[in-house]
Write a protein that binds this ligand. Sequence first.
Ligand code: HEC
Ligand code: HEC
Ligand code: HEC
Ligand code: HEC
Ligand code: HEC
Ligand code: HEC
Length: 355
Amino acid sequence: MGTKNLFKAIVLFLFAGALMMTSCVKEGPMGLPGLDGKDGVDGTNGQNGVDGTASCIACHNQTNKALISAQFENSVHGEGPNVAYAGARSGCATCHSGNGFVAAKTLGVRDLPANLDKGEPFTCATCHTSHQTFDFANDGPDYALRLTDPLKPYMDNTGSVQIDMGASNICIDCHQPREHAPVANAEGNFTIPNNRFGPHYSTQSVVVEGIWGYTFAQASTAIPGAGSHPHRTAASCNSCHMHDSTNGTVGGHTWNVGPAACSSCHSGINTAEAIQAAKAEYYELFNELGEKLLEKGAMRLTTTGSLEPNPNATVPIDVAGALFNYRLLYGDHSGGIHNPAYAKALLKNSIEALN
Ligand code: HEC
Ligand code: HEC
Ligand code: HEC
Ligand code: HEC
Ligand code: HEC
Ligand code: HEC
């Protein structure tokens, strides 16, 4: 960050403070030399002002900086395992490189021009820039986030979808899907284009919101309303992934979820093991759907024994829709925790459609 800028700002504040102090003298000003005028009227005593930098130091202090930097180095954002692979490619850099994201947001584009510099790992400046105002009392904490606008997903054809997650809007700008649900051809079928078919690994925004899954004409389990789950209404990306943290390995700028993010609402989810256990019901359904998609020829086994979409297979649209739902939840990577009710409804309806 701009330690220098911060220093400058603090100096400015001290300077402003000094000006205020000199204007609080008790006596009136002296007359000009040789032309003594009348004594001025006594000024009123000034009130002790608030220390101009106290509110700043709550966030801007060395202890905080050292802790946050250590957390960041421990994070997947900080390590960037896929920066080398995806960070410099124009269709990928917007989300996979720090300077790519900044450039894309500055230019207001999704795919960056080929000649632009990209491919650098994330830094603090990927997400942070200047404060909007310094009026924290009235405008809220204002974490100097680069992006605070609600998300209008790239893949939305209708132009009507808007997701507002407040201070988590910066998260969902990158953690948004890259494909929408399949559409049937004239025969009511769909041909699976490749073994990566699906909305990518960045579906967290829409899964938390509870939208974007493929829905079936006939289904027994009702799909919960958009944005209705308590994990969306009473929690957020940041409250779960950045909950208060005093160590370098969980919460804060590690973005790792620890049990403290759950136990305030679920007294029973108070260990890392309990978080894993909370995924059990989801995985039963998820694995059952995987088996069914394999039977229907929509998935195939890789040489290492895992499942992947079966390229070039033509399947009825509902089978492709079930595959899409499987991939949407697979890419979400939360084991159903992001939106348990929505995830289970999609899985149950998909399994039913394949019976
Ligand atoms: C709620 C936490 C918080 C408070 C309170 C806060 N800041 Fe910040 N500020 C940040 C964050 C986060 C950043 C961006 C990351 C960084 O540079 O460390 C930042 C960045 C800055 C920058 C660098 C901006 C740039 O464009 O490089 C300046 C200057 C700054 N703050 C000054 C202040 C001053 C002065 C105050 C008090 C009036 C203040 N901040 C209060 C969190 C805060
Ligand atoms: C809309 C933003 C976005 C775009 C565009 C994007 N990605 Fe990603 N990608 C992500 C996010 C976010 C993750 C991490 C999600 C997670 O780990 O759960 C990710 C994860 C990955 C992973 C890791 C998968 C794994 O198994 O953990 C690879 C590989 C990858 N992306 C490659 C690419 C490539 C190649 C492109 C361009 C063709 C691309 N991405 C475009 C957002 C994006
Ligand atoms: C991926 C985006 C991202 C990156 C990268 C990032 N931050 Fe933040 N930071 C956030 C968000 C979001 C918040 C607000 C969290 C909240 O809602 O409580 C925040 C809050 C903060 C705060 C104020 C709250 C606190 O924890 O004290 C400081 C200071 C800060 N960041 C500094 C940094 C520094 C220094 C770096 C680099 C080492 C960094 N950030 C990198 C997203 C990011
Ligand atoms: C500039 C785009 C961008 C922003 C902003 C961003 N992410 Fe990410 N995030 C990614 C990418 C890309 C990856 C995967 C990095 C890789 O594999 O190299 C990732 C990885 C993660 C991971 C780890 C996934 C794993 O595989 O373990 C978590 C958790 C995460 N992000 C949460 C968040 C949260 C919460 C926010 C908001 C504070 C956020 N992200 C903001 C792009 C972004
Ligand atoms: C109710 C709490 C909660 C909320 C809200 C939440 N997450 Fe998560 N998230 C989790 C849990 C729990 C996991 C699984 C972590 C694990 O198993 O270690 C997870 C997993 C992830 C992963 C994959 C991490 C990995 O290890 O592969 C990413 C990326 C992610 N979340 C991003 C987000 C984003 C972006 C949002 C907001 C749209 C969000 N999360 C909202 C709790 C939450
Ligand atoms: C703000 C409060 C809050 C937080 C924080 C929270 N949850 Fe929840 N969670 C709820 C509520 C309320 C429900 C809905 C219960 C219901 O189905 O009626 C729920 C539902 C669930 C369910 C589905 C239960 C079922 O029977 O279907 C699981 C699993 C779950 N949460 C796990 C977690 C985990 C793991 C975390 C931490 C990463 C977490 N929750 C954080 C409030 C919260």
